[in-house]
Design a protein around this ligand. Structure first.
Ligand code: ZN
Ligand code: ZN
Length: 347
């Protein structure tokens, strides 16, 4: 066992504190990663505050992890010491179910093993990336291209793949009109990726306060959802809408923006159910769908795509002792656009 420095939540209400977590001994197919940066995802906050169900404390979160390999198990073939690597939202799956065998391990029917707050194969609870080191099976480790700076690579492992996967699946590209709802951590990546794929991108944000950014990231148009005229002006327009908002939205109004055979995909996860009147789907034969992260192969494809196109998230790097303050700022949407912890401040 390796005892490593970390930041953890000790209850649903107390601030996160410095502590240590244990990492398992290196198995034959494991790699030991020295973490350099860890992104702060809204899911981290939902999880430590018990908003997505009860969890065991202390809990270290963080599933946007980048660093370098410093030790490999004796059967590891894909990585060597010094490799620039990343770990995202999952660290294992059953590998036997229909979905795992088809390369969609994020949809493992037995449930994938989350990078934190999940029961690991040895029965322990997984601990995430707000720590100096992590041990992960090589099958769930990504290679981070040199072209992407370390601190900017971290948010790609959740925000990047969560938006890339539905954009790729629903064929965002030239000739397609894509709307992105919400301009936060996920939304700003969705805009950049959809634009790089060649789609015509419109941003739908609550206000116009981030309009200049949205247009700079590749948006062709930018509308405020607080203005009812937006929904009138954009009726029957989009092939694909990516909803990144993790609070309820007016589904009737948003579905009305889809043209024939259009799809609204939700990737934000509000704790409350969304109200979907079925008649809003009848017109234009619309679909409402969900999408969860992406497979390991697809995550590698996304990292390579971003490196090739020169796309990266906008980040604000913070020290370990600023995490609690950062959580408050995430909750009040006061971040452009992702906080990333410099893990060297934990050593
Ligand atoms: Zn996340
Ligand atoms: Zn499976």
């Amino acid at each position: 066992m390796l005892k490593v420095n970390a930041i953890a939540a000790t209850s649903a209400t107390d601030p996160l504190v410095r502590t240590t977590v244990e990492r398992r001994d290196l198995g034959p197919r494991d790699v030991l990663i020295e973490i350099r940066y860890a992104g702060i995802c809204h899911s981290d906050i939902h999880t430590v505050r018990g908003e997505w169900g009860e969890i065991a404390y202390p809990q270290t979160v963080g599933h946007e992890i980048v660093g370098r390999v410093i030790e490999v198990g004796n059967e590891v073939t894909r990585f060597e010491n010094g490799a620039r690597v990343g770990v995202g939202c999952m660290v294992n799956s059953c590998r036997e179910c229909e979905n795992c065998r088809a390369g969609h391990e994020q949809y493992c029917t037995a449930g994938n093993t989350g990078t934190y707050a999940s029961v690991d194969r040895d029965g322990t609870i997984t601990q995430g990336g707000y720590s100096t080191h992590i041990v992960v099976d090589e099958d769930f480790v990504l290679r981070v291209p040199e072209a992407i700076p370390y601190e900017k690579a971290a948010p790609l492992l959740c925000a990047g793949i969560t938006t890339y996967s539905p954009l790729a699946h629903w064929n965002a590209g030239p000739g397609k009109k894509v709307a992105v709802v919400g301009m936060g951590g996920l939304g700003h990546m969705a805009v950049k990726i959809a634009a790089a794929m060649g789609a015509e991108v419109t941003v739908l944000s609550q206000t116009l306060s981030k309009k200049d950014d949205g247009l700079a990231f590749g948006g062709g148009d930018y509308y405020a959802t607080s203005d009812a005229a937006t929904f009138e002006a954009l009726k029957n327009t989009f092939d694909l809408i990516i909803n990144t908002v993790s609070a309820p939205i007016d589904m009737t109004a948003h579905l009305g923006l889809l043209r024939l055979d259009g799809t609204l995909v939700s990737v934000g996860a509000p704790p409350q159910p969304l109200e979907v009147p079925v008649w809003a789907l009848f017109g234009n034969r619309r679909s409402f769908a969900g999408s969860g992260i992406g497979s390991i192969a697809e995550t590698q494809e996304m990292l390579d795509f971003c490196a090739e196109r020169g796309i990266a998230p906008e980040v604000e790097v913070i020290g370990a002792d600023q995490v609690n303050e950062a959580y408050e700022r995430v909750l009040s949407s006061d971040v452009r656009y992702r906080f990333v912890i410099d893990v060297d401040t934990l050593r």
